[in-house]
Ligand binder design. Structure first.
Ligand code: SF4
Ligand code: SF4
Length: 396
C-alpha cells in the first residue's frame, strides 16, 4: 500500500527541468516509496566519508564483520562494480514507523515488527527500474536493497535524503530516521541533489547519553561490539557478561538512540501492511519463545527479520531479558531452558537464574527451586562455558 504523502513531502527537491526525474518521482510515489533523491556517481563524493568508514573498520568496531567489509570495501567504494557505466544513483527512502500499543515481554526494534522489508522493496525497485528503462530507451538499471556491497548511507546523504546524526543514522529534517534506504543504479545522467551539509544535531547529545551499553565512542563513531542491535541479531555465541544488563528488555535490535532523537517527532507513521506488528509483536512473550523448537521457530518467523537471529540467538536473548526483568510466569520455561540443546541458551538461562537469586524478596520463595535446578544441571552439564555460568550463578 502506498504511503499517504503530502504533495511535496520529499519529492520536491532539485531536479527541476528534468521531465524524467519528475516522472520517476511520481512513479516512485505510486509504487509506495516515501522520498526520492538523485546522486551523481562521479562528482560530489566526500573522501571523508570513506576515511571514516576505513577508520571504523581499523578500530575493530564492526563486530566481527571487519574481514568481510574490508574485503568488499573496493567494491563498495566503486558502484561501477555493480553496474558497468553507472552514472547516477536514485536513492529511495521508505518510512516504516508503524505504531502499536506497548506490550510486556521482549522488545523488538521497530523495523522488525512486521515482515521482511526486502520482500517489499525488491519488487518495487524492479518495477521502478523497468519504468525508467521504458521511459529512457537504452538506459540500464540495477536495484540494491542491502543485497550488494554498496554505500547506502553515503549515497542517501549525497542524494539529499538526510544528514549523518551523532547516532550514525541518516536523519531527514522533515521525516526523522525511521526509514529504509534502497538504491536504483542507472547508467544515464540525472540531475543530482545538493547534500545537507549543516549538522542539525547542534549541541544535542541525547542519543550518546541514552545508549545503555555506551556503544558510542564519540559522535558518529559506534562500537558495534557494544551495540544491542549487533549483540541480539548478529552475535552467535554468549553475550559478554558486562553488556548483559544493558540489554534490558531488548530481545531483537534496539531503537533507543532513535527514540530519543528529537527529529523523530517528525517521523511520518506508516500504514504499510508489511510493517505492521506481526502476531504477538511489538514485544514477544518470553516463556513462549523459550518453548519453541527448531521447526516451530522456523514456522513462526518465516518471512520475518527475526529469523536472522536464528533460534539459538533469539532464545539466548529471551533468557537474558528474563535475567534483567524477572517474570514469574516464565520461571518454568527458564528452568527448562537449562536443558536446551544449544549451549548458548543453557548458559544464558543459567545466568538469568543467577540474576533472579539476587533479585530480592519478591522471588524469595523460588530460591530453593532455582538452586536445585542449577545444581541438578551442574551434575550433567558437559559444556565448559555453561558450567562456568552455572558456577557463577550458584556463587551469587
Ligand atoms: S541501537 Fe541501542 S545499543 Fe545500539 S547504539 Fe543505539 S542506543 Fe546504543
Ligand atoms: S539525538 Fe540529538 S545528537 Fe543524536 S542524532 Fe538526534 S539530534 Fe543528533
Amino acid at each position: 500500500m502506498a504511503v499517504d504523502l503530502p504533495s511535496d513531502a520529499g519529492f520536491n527537491r532539485s531536479g527541476e527541468g528534468s521531465a524524467l526525474v519528475e516522472g520517476l518521482r511520481s512513479e516512485a510515489r505510486r509504487l509506495g516509496f516515501s522520498r526520492l533523491g538523485v546522486a551523481a556517481v562521479e562528482s560530489g563524493r566526500d573522501p571523508q566519508v570513506h576515511e571514516a568508514f576505513r577508520r571504523w573498520l581499523d578500530l575493530g568496531f564492526a563486530a566481527g564483520m571487519e574481514r568481510w567489509l574490508a574485503a568488499h570495501e573496493p567494491l563498495r567504494r566503486e558502484p561501477a562494480s555493480l553496474l558497468a557505466g553507472v552514472r547516477s544513483v536514485v536513492m529511495l527512502a521508505t518510512d516504516y514507523a508503524a505504531t502499536a500499543p506497548a506490550t510486556g515481554g521482549g522488545r523488538v526494534a521497530r523495523y522488525a515488527w512486521g515482515d521482511d522489508y526486502h520482500d517489499l522493496l525488491r519488487p518495487r525497485l524492479n518495477a521502478l527500474g523497468a519504468w525508467l528503462e521504458a521511459a529512457s530507451p537504452g538506459a540500464r538499471t540495477r536495484g540494491v536493497v542491502d543485497s550488494a556491497p554498496f554505500s547506502e548511507r553515503e549515497f542517501g546523504w549525497l542524494a539529499g535524503l538526510g544528514w549523518f546524526g551523532k547516532n550514525s543514522m541518516l536523519i531527514d529534517p522533515a521525516a526523522g530516521s525511521y526509514f529504509f534506504l534502497s538504491a536504483l543504479l542507472v547508467d544515464i545522467d540525472l540531475p543530482p541533489e545538493v547534500p545537507i551539509r549543516v549538522d542539525h544535531c547542534g549541541s544535542c547529545t541525547a542519543c550518546l547519553e541514552a545508549c545503555p551499553t555506551e556503544a558510542f565512542v564519540a559522535p558518529r563513531l559506534l562500537d558495534a561490539n557494544r551495540c544491542i542491535s549487533s549483540l541480539t541479531i548478529e552475535t552467535r555465541g554468549p553475550v559478554a557478561a558486562e553488556l548483559r544488563s544493558g540489554i534490558g528488555d531488548w530481545l531483537f535490535g534496539c531503537d533507543i538512540c532513535q527514540e530519543v532523537c528529537p527529529w523523530n517527532r517528525f517521523a511520518p507513521g506508516s500504514v504499510e501492511p508489511t510493517f505492521q506488528p506481526r502476531q504477538g509483536q511489538p514485544a514477544l512473550a518470553l516463556a513462549e519463545l523459550l518453548a519453541l523448537d527448531e521447526q516451530e521457530f522456523r514456522r513462526r518467523f518465516r518471512g520475518s527479520p527475526l529469523g536472522r537471529a536464528k533460534r539459538s540467538g533469539l532464545l539466548r536473548s529471551a533468557a537474558l531479558v528474563l535475567g534483567n526483568r524477572p517474570d514469574r510466569a516464565a520461571f518454568e520455561s527458564l528452568v527448562a531452558a537449562l536443558a536446551d540443546a544449544e549451549p548458548v541458551v543453557r548458559g544464558a538461562a543459567a545466568w538469568a537464574l543467577g540474576r533472579w537469586r539476587v533479585a530480592g524478596e519478591s522471588l524469595a520463595d523460588l530460591m530453593p527451586r532455582i538452586e536445585g535446578a542449577l545444581r541438578a544441571r551442574q551434575k550433567v552439564e558437559a559444556d565448559a562455558a555453561v558450567r562456568e555460568e552455572i558456577a557463577g550463578s550458584l556463587a551469587e
